[in-house]
Design a protein around this ligand. Structure first.
Ligand SMILES: CC(C)(COP(=O)(O)OP(=O)(O)OC[C@H]1O[C@@H](n2cnc3c(N)ncnc32)[C@H](O)[C@@H]1OP(=O)(O)O)[C@@H](O)C(=O)NCCC(=O)NCCS
Length: 211
């Protein structure tokens, strides 16, 4: 099996996010269920949604590894988004085990059949409201560059690239040149996002120390 591409990280002060955070989302005809990550309902439904969203196999082991026994993140809440009785999306909130004042947006996925209608963005809003209610001081996420839409959605909501890791972040075993190249692409992507945001007269455009 090939090595995964490097992780990229992003984050922002919770206060900065609160300044741009739209009100809690409404899901229209869809229904949001909130659970503890270990609930039976999550054990049953989550692997299927995760597998279909990320295009990979996932069973009970993936549920355990991602939601219950993640080495860096302690998952607090898992959302299942339902179309009728079928789960079509999921997202979790977590705190960093080594620094619980840092909230994490974790494992967002929408089934391919339901993409492009704003549901992914709404699940991210749900997660950010959940983390704000928990009183975290900072919000962070990690991903791979191929998950471009998710990374851009985070930038829209105040996140910036995080280039220097803290002890609570997931370490990345990629060789240094690959990591440096991924970070350079992330910085370029953020600059392009900022230019577009300025063009729209949108929020931010101010840059930041970790951008
Ligand atoms: C990322 C993901 C959750 C987005 O879900 P979604 O419901 O399609 O997202 P949204 O409809 O809320 O769109 C969010 C942004 O993505 C883009 N986008 C998504 N689908 C699109 C489509 N079919 N056509 C055009 N743009 C699209 C848009 O830019 C949109 O931004 P906008 O609000 O400025 O228009 C979904 O693509 C997914 O599950 N991907 C695989 C797993 C993944 O990447 N998870 C995140 C890892 S960190």
């Amino acid at each position: 099996m090939g090595r995964s591409p490097p992780l990229v990280y992003f984050g922002a002060d919770a206060r900065r996010i609160a300044r741009v955070l739209p009100p809690p989302p409404r899901f229209g005809p869809f229904r949001l269920e909130e659970h503890g990550p270990g609930d039976e309902r999550v054990r049953e439904a989550w692997p299927g949604v995760f597998a279909a969203s990320f295009g990979r196999r996932a069973g009970e082991e993936a549920w355990r590894a991602t939601l219950l026994e993640h080495p860096q993140y302690e998952v607090r809440r898992t959302a299942l988004l339902l179309d009728g009785t079928a789960a079509i999306g999921t997202m979790s909130t977590a705190v960093a085990r080594r620094n619980p004042s840092v909230g994490i947006t974790h494992a967002l996925g929408i089934l391919p059949s339901h993409r492009g209608q704003g549901l992914g963005r709404k699940l991210l809003l749900w997660a950010l409201h959940d983390l704000q209610r928990r009183g975290v001081e900072r919000c962070e996420g990690e991903s791979r560059l191929r998950h471009r839409e998710s990374i851009l959605m985070h930038y829209d909501l105040g996140f910036r690239p995080k280039l220097r890791l803290d002890p609570w972040n997931t370490p990345d075993p990629s060789p240094w040149p690959a990591k440096a190249a991924a970070r350079a692409r992330q910085v370029a992507g953020y600059a392009a996002w900022r230019a577009r945001a300025r063009g729209r007269g949108g929020q931010d455009g101010r840059g930041g120390r970790d951008a």
